[in-house]
Ligand binder design. Structure first.
Ligand SMILES: [Zn+2]
Ligand SMILES: [Zn+2]
Length: 190
């Protein structure tokens, strides 16, 4: 987990997100709030960014909930196997416990895996949301940042595990061509 996390705001159904840097607050500081503009619906969204320690805590809490869910499921399973056949209520109760436990365990495990310490607008929840914030892996070593050495002009291209590799390559090549053709001091075509 990075104190400055490169992330991408993804509108549901869109491939290309809006990259931004989530700056985590220092230890002991309250969570910070950062606004990002969605390129698809043109809304400005405010996300809450939690610190490194707080994010770890959130992950641990979700893992604990997942284990509790699976423990409930196990006791439901044992209950179902040992239920008295003459008392149908026992079996129903055990099966309900099993189902609830599996659901709680699964939802919590997914939430733990996806916990990035960034909340707001339903991101990081195990249910589909219109906007999600995806953590970007480090930029591939063979795709360095495209910056003009003379004027510092920067060409952006998307990358991340949520994108197809061929798409990332194509976009990178296109960005490299744009950089080669740009003229220093002139704003490029937007
Ligand atoms: Zn949007
Ligand atoms: Zn230049």
């Amino acid at each position: 987990m990075e104190p400055q996390q490169r992330v991408s705001l993804v509108h549901r159904g869109e491939v290309r997100g809006v990259p931004w840097v989530a700056v985590r607050p220092e230890a002991g500081e309250p969570p910070s709030r950062q606004s990002v503009r969605c390129a698809v619906c043109d809304r400005t969204l405010i996300f809450t960014v939690h610190g490194v320690a707080a994010t770890r805590r959130r992950r641990v809490q979700r893992l604990a909930a997942a284990w509790a869910g699976f423990a409930l499921a196990l006791s439901g399973l044992i209950g179902a196997c040992t239920a008295d056949p003459d008392r149908s209520g026992d079996l129903t109760g055990a099966l309900a416990l099993l189902l609830f436990g599996v659901l709680l365990g699964y939802v919590s495990a997914v939430a733990a895996a996806e916990e990035a310490g960034i909340t707001g607008h339903g991101t990081g929840r195990p249910f589909p949301a219109r906007h999600t914030v995806a953590v970007l892996p480090p930029r591939p070593a063979d795709m360095p940042e495209l910056v003009c050495p003379r004027c510092g002009h920067h060409e952006d291209s998307p990358w991340g595990s949520h994108l197809r590799d061929s798409y990332v390559r194509e976009e990178y090549e296109a960005a490299r061509e744009r950089l080669a053709e740009h003229r220093c001091g002139e704003p490029g075509p937007e």
